[in-house]
Ligand binder design. Structure first.
Ligand code: HEC
Length: 148
């Protein structure tokens, strides 16, 4: 009787915790995707200016860069263990090469904060050339760690 009770508790503890883990993974995926979407929105605005699709507005550009710089600090914590499965394009290789993944994240953060600084001066050419550097760091990680 007592044994069954203990077994019952163990089983519910086990299923209880694995449920929590799955729910946490789902939240983590939503979180990082939300962050990336905000980054993508603001990056897209800057890219459109650089390509001449919309007029260059130095204030808007600087604001976009500021937002991307802030948001770039956030996605890493969303890559929790076990969140390689679910509604995600993240490749499982991320968790096998976490050091490299983190290094790529840091590189992006560095280039993005440089962009935020540079764009404050409002110079189109300087902002354009630094946006290119930033774009290369986004692509560098997506090529290796994001599914199409
Ligand atoms: C260190 C790796 C890394 C860097 C650097 C990186 N990304 Fe990503 N990005 C990812 C991964 C992984 C995903 C897939 C996330 C998922 O589906 O869970 C992603 C997804 C996205 C998405 C799609 C979000 C969605 O769910 O629809 C956008 C937009 C995006 N990134 C924009 C950017 C931009 C802009 C930059 C550069 C400023 C950037 N990323 C830099 C790894 C990175």
């Amino acid at each position: 009787m007592k044994k069954n009770l203990i077994l019952g508790l163990l089983i519910s503890a086990f299923f209880g915790s694995s449920f929590v883990i799955a729910a946490d993974a789902e939240k983590a995926i939503k979180y990082r995707r939300g962050v990336f979407n905000v980054m993508g929105w603001n990056f897209g605005s800057m890219a459109a200016m650089v390509k001449g699709k919309i007029p260059f507005d130095a204030n808007v550009f600087a604001r976009n860069a500021e937002i991307v710089a802030f948001m770039s600090q956030l996605p890493l914590e969303g890559f929790v263990e076990g969140s390689d499965e679910g509604d995600t394009k993240a490749r499982p290789e991320i968790w096998l090469n976490m050091e490299d993944f983190e290094a790529k994240m840091k590189k992006m953060q560095k280039e993005v904060s440089a962009l935020a600084e540079i764009s404050k001066k409002g110079n189109f050419d300087a902002s354009k050339s630094q946006l290119k550097e930033v774009g290369a760091t986004c692509k560098g990680c997506h090529d290796d760690y994001r599914n199409k």
